[in-house]
Design a protein around this ligand. Structure first.
Ligand code: ATP
Ligand code: MG
Length: 158
């Protein structure tokens, strides 16, 4: 299904923003440009839902969650960052493994199975994109993913 990514993304962010009970600020850094992507919208919704749920789960009171979409030649890059406790450097790559949870005690208290990001990675890869994380303990976590976009080149009508 072809969708304009900013609109698609914003409708998911809206759903979280309207239903949240936590004291978390949402900051949207989205452009007015149209980014057409061919995606499985149900699967991509599941991916984004998990990333935002994680960001909310680990956000402190008054924390900010930032959303951005930028273009770099043949793909878009989506970024979702939080100001939560972060993940120890040595474990950042492992969060995309099945059943991996960075801190057992904390994770047990917060619930979840540790599958969300493993599924997200499979789905992003199936869409021809990549997903990775950057995190600093005590400062926060940023999840990035990319998706290929259709190039609308002029003079290519034949
Ligand atoms: P599920 O998504 O299946 O309900 P989960 O959220 O624990 O469970 P993942 O979404 O795969 O599983 O995340 C894996 C682990 O990565 C988490 O348990 C947590 O330790 C760590 N993690 C993920 N996102 C963040 C984040 N934004 N801040 C801090 N830690 C995170
Ligand atoms: Mg999760």
């Amino acid at each position: 299904e072809w969708v304009e990514f900013n609109d698609f993304f914003e409708s998911i962010i809206d759903r979280f923003e309207f239903s949240k009970s936590q004291d978390v600020k949402f900051n949207r850094l989205l452009s007015n440009e149209d980014f057409f992507v061919e995606i499985d919208t149900d699967k991509m919704t599941q991916v984004i839902d998990n990333i935002i749920s994680n960001a909310m789960k680990y956000s402190p009171d008054g924390g900010e969650i930032c959303f951005s979409v930028t273009q770099s030649d043949d793909h878009i890059q989506v970024m979702i960052s939080d100001e939560g406790m972060g993940i120890p450097k040595a474990n950042v790559k492992r969060i995309f493994e099945r059943f991996y949870r960075a801190d057992r005690a904390r994770s047990r208290a917060l619930g979840g199975t540790g599958l969300g990001l493993a599924i997200a990675r499979e789905m992003i890869m199936a869409h021809g994109g990549e997903i990775w994380a950057e995190s600093e303990e005590g400062k926060g976590t940023t999840i990035y993913f990319t998706l290929p976009i259709e190039h609308q080149e002029e003079g290519e009508w034949d």
